[in-house]
Write a protein that binds this ligand. Structure first.
Ligand code: NAP
Length: 260
C-alpha cells in the first residue's frame, strides 16, 4: 500500500507490480489518497488487515511519530517511507536515503568521495539527502531554501555536515555536486538554478523524475555536465522496501523494465 495525498502521478504501483509478479507473489500494491488527518485511522485499518507499505508526501514525517519503532536511518532522517509490522510493532524505515546513495553513485560513475554538495530545498527529501551525506566521509553540504528558516531548522539536525546559505551563489561556490530537492521541474519547465551558474565540473542530481528526464537534467547534459534525475532513487527505494517486507531481493531488472 502506498499512502499519499495526492498520489496520482506515482510510479510506485508499477514498480511494485513488476517486482511482485517477477517474484510470483499474488499480492496487490495500490496507492491510496489519504488526507493528513486520516493517516492514523487508515494506517490502523491496514495494519489490522496484515498489510505493509510505503508512505509519500505529506505523510513521511507524521508516520515517523506514529511508528512504534524506527530504524536508525529513519530516526536520523526523521521520516518514514516504508512500514511493516514485526513482533506486533509498527516499524518504520527510510529507504530514500539508500535510494539517494544509489542515484549519486550512478550519476558520479563511482562511489562519492570527499564531496561539497549544494543542496536546494529543505523538506523531507533534503533531509534524506543530508542523512546519506553523513555517511560520505569528509563531505559537507550547503543548503539553500527559499524559506531560509526552514533550511536553518534542517541544518541544525545535521550540524556536522550541513550549513545554511541564504544566497544561492554561496551554496554553489566550489560545489562538486548540485542537488535539487524541490518539486521544480516536476510539472513545469522551471530550473532550480540556471545551469550556467553551476561550477564547471560539478555533477547535477535532480530528485525529481519525469519521462524523458527533467528539463534541468537535459540542460545540464547539454552543457557537458554529468547529470541524472530521480528515477534511480525511486527504483532503489522501492527495491529496498520489497526487501524489508519479504526478506529477499526483488528482481531489479524487471522493476527497471517496467518504468523505462
Ligand atoms: P517537501 O517536504 O514538500 O519540501 C519541498 C521543498 O521544495 C521545500 O524546501 C520547499 O521550499 C521547496 N519548494 C517547493 N516549491 C518550490 C518553488 N516553487 N521554488 C522553490 N522552492 C520550492 O517535499 P519533499 O518530500 O522534500 O520532496 C521534494 C521533491 O523531491 C518532490 O517533489 C519529488 O519530486 C522529489 N522526491 C523524489 C524522490 C525520488 O525517489 N526520486 C523521493 C522523494 C522526493 P519551502 O520550504 O520554501 O516551501
Amino acid at each position: 500500500m502506498l499512502l499519499g495525498h495526492p498520489v496520482s502521478h506515482s510510479l510506485s504501483p508499477i514498480l511494485h507490480g513488476a517486482a511482485l509478479a517477477a517474484a510470483g507473489l499474488d499480492i496487490g500494491y495500490e496507492a491510496i489518497d489519504v488526507a493528513p488527518q486520516r493517516l492514523e485511522p487508515e494506517l490502523a485499518a491496514l495494519v489490522a488487515e496484515g498489510a505493509a507499505g510505503n508512505a509519500t508526501i505529506p505523510h513521511k514525517e507524521a508516520l515517523a511519530r506514529i511508528c512504534d519503532r524506527l530504524t536508525s536511518t529513519a530516526g536520523l532522517a526523521d521520516a518514514v517511507n516504508v512500514w511493516w509490522v514485526e513482533d506486533g510493532e509498527l516499524v518504520g524505515d527510510n529507504t530514500d536515503v539508500a535510494g539517494f546513495h544509489a542515484l549519486a553513485r550512478r550519476v558520479l560513475g563511482c562511489p562519492p568521495g570527499c564531496e561539497r554538495i549544494a543542496l536546494i530545498g529543505a523538506g523531507g527529501a533534503a533531509s534524506a539527502v543530508l542523512t546519506a551525506i553523513g555517511d560520505w566521509t569528509g563531505s559537507t553540504a550547503r543548503v539553500f531554501n527559499r524559506d531560509s528558516e526552514r533550511a536553518r531548522r534542517l541544518c541544525a539536525r545535521f550540524p556536522d555536515v550541513a550549513r545554511v546559505e541564504t544566497v544561492m551563489e554561496d551554496a554553489l561556490a566550489g560545489a562538486t555536486i548540485v542537488v535539487n530537492a524541490t518539486p521544480i521541474g516536476l510539472l513545469d519547465e522551471g530550473f532550480p538554478v540556471a545551469v550556467e551558474r553551476i561550477p564547471e565540473r560539478a555533477a547535477v542530481i535532480d530528485l525529481v523524475y519525469r519521462e524523458g528526464d527533467t528539463p534541468w537534467v537535459r540542460a545540464a547534459r547539454e552543457r557537458g555536465l554529468r547529470a541524472g534525475d530521480g528515477l534511480a532513487m525511486l527504483v532503489e527505494q522501492a527495491a529496498l522496501s520489497f526487501q524489508r517486507w519479504f526478506g529477499r531481493e526483488p528482481n531489479r531488472q524487471a522493476m527497471w523494465a517496467a518504468v523505462t
